[in-house]
Design a protein around this ligand. Structure first.
Ligand SMILES: Cc1cc2nc3c(=O)[nH]c(=O)nc-3n(C[C@H](O)[C@H](O)[C@H](O)COP(=O)(O)OP(=O)(O)OC[C@H]3O[C@@H](n4cnc5c(N)ncnc54)[C@H](O)[C@@H]3O)c2cc1C
Length: 398
């Protein structure tokens, strides 16, 4: 068994940026990333202006050198469409963004272990035990003072030997026997809430030759089955990303067919390309907030995911990655309250944007609202641009 003071699970934006921040503060950090090489992710690749600012704050603004300005939005409701001038932020492929962040972490001194997957995590009174599978398939047990859990929507078995307050499963994790009671209780609470259609993420990358929006334009398709966005990336490939209703996805026979159907309804030239593309999926997008476990600090999607295309995903990953550094130093110094304090800080950070995100998520989930918006926007485009700008948290361009 080896011991590393800080282990970060997951080399996405949240994990890579947090690991870098800790290394810059002189900490020894190992970053475990399941994927062995650069890869495309299911994501709209849109960086909200606040996400851009947060990267700047970390001294990494230059990573967006090749990112495109996103200055217009085209909304489709069937064959009706409206185009608005709104400053939406920047676009950069997740392949480029995630790689640049990992490289920045390595430059800061982080030990990056690619192709290694955390398979289970157990909290002990003096730290955390993590079982990690190497690319050879061999599983080794590691011990860390603190673990940053940034594994996105990925699954991890979590258990605790640190007492009842720490006996819940981490977000997205299969509960072990000690975690079962609390998990059932929260599942019961969830079941009493009004039903909200279960959404799954899906995405595809199309070659530069595919017809679609020019650089700087986000096309959004909103339908009862879900919604889908298309942007042109820095290398001119097209990024297609969608949040589809799970049942509609099953009925359509898969993401390719459902996307092709939405494009066909909009009379969009992409309908044939989308039907032939190789789509990748995500687990269910809705996640409850991660429970508090001693010595474990969740962040990014692992701490509870949000509605896609609200610009909140990457913004929150960066904000939390910058903020978690002080809390991690506290935890390493032996402060038993550090994980609980981090949970409170996370909630406060979330609160700042909740109203905007809820308004936007509500609009995306109600195609009739969008249909009405498309109709009104074609009559009063300037007013619609102001509304779209305020939903996104930005003023319009003109
Ligand atoms: C359809 C869709 C569209 C979206 N569009 C946008 C958008 O346009 N703008 C925006 O801001 N957000 C968007 N999001 C949300 C955004 O993608 C996420 O919020 C963001 O990726 C969260 O970053 P993260 O670092 O927490 O997780 P991730 O980016 O998921 O990174 C987690 C990392 O952990 C690794 N990992 C997982 N399990 C393990 C393990 N057991 N061991 C080791 N490594 C592991 C994974 O390989 C991955 O690299 C979208 C999401 C979806 C589903």
């Amino acid at each position: 068994m080896t011991r590393t003071p800080i282990l970060v699970v997951g080399g996405g934006p949240a994990g890579a940026l947090a690991a870098r921040g800790l290394a810059l503060r002189g900490q020894r950090v190992a970053l475990i990333e399941a994927r062995s090489q650069a890869h495309d992710k299911v994501c709209g690749a849109c960086l909200h202006p606040e996400a851009v600012r947060e990267l700047d704050r970390a001294g990494l603004g230059q990573l967006l050198e090749h990112a495109q300005e996103l200055s217009s939005l085209e909304l489709f409701r069937n064959a009706r469409r409206v185009r608005l001038q709104v400053a939406l932020g920047r676009v950069l492929s997740r392949r480029a963004l995630d790689e640049a962040l990992l490289l920045a972490a390595v430059h800061a001194g982080v030990e990056l272990r690619r192709g290694h997957s955390a398979v289970s995590l157990t909290t002990r009174h003096d730290g955390v035990e993590l079982d990690v599978r190497a690319p050879t398939g061999e599983v080794a047990r590691e011990h860390a003072s603190v673990v940053l859990l940034a594994n996105g929507l990925g699954n991890l078995r979590v258990s605790s030997s640190a007492g009842p307050s720490a006996s819940r499963a981490a977000a997205g994790s299969a509960p072990t026997s000690r975690a079962t009671t609390a998990s059932r209780a929260s599942a019961g609470a969830r079941a009493r809430r009004p039903a909200r259609a279960r959404r799954l993420g899906a995405g595809a990358i199309l070659p530069a030759s595919a017809p679609g929006p020019e650089r700087g334009l986000l096309q959004m398709f909103v339908a009862p089955e879900g919604y889908m966005g298309v942007v042109r990336l820095e290398d001119d490939r097209l990024d297609l990303a969608a949040a589809f209703d799970a049942e509609a996805l099953r009925n359509a026979g898969g993401a390719a067919d459902l996307a092709a159907r939405l494009f066909a309804r909009a009379d969009h030239a992409l309908h044939e390309f989308a039907g032939r593309a190789r789509w990748r999926g995500t687990p269910a997008l809705a996640r409850p907030e991660a429970p508090t476990l001693q010595h474990v600090l969740p962040l990014g999607d692992a701490a509870g995911s949000v509605e896609p295309f609200t610009g909140e995903g990457l913004r929150r990953a960066f904000v939390q990655a910058n903020a978690v550094v002080e809390h991690t130093l506290d935890a390493v110094a032996g402060n038993g309250q550090a994980a609980a304090r981090w949970a409170r800080t996370r909630r406060e950070l979330l609160r700042a944007n909740t109203a905007r995100v809820n308004r936007l998520a509500g609009a995306l989930r109600h195609p009739r609202v969008v249909a009405l918006g498309v109709g009104l926007a074609s009559l009063w485009p300037a007013a619609a641009e102001r509304v779209a700008g305020s939903l996104h948290g930005r003023t319009v361009l003109r």
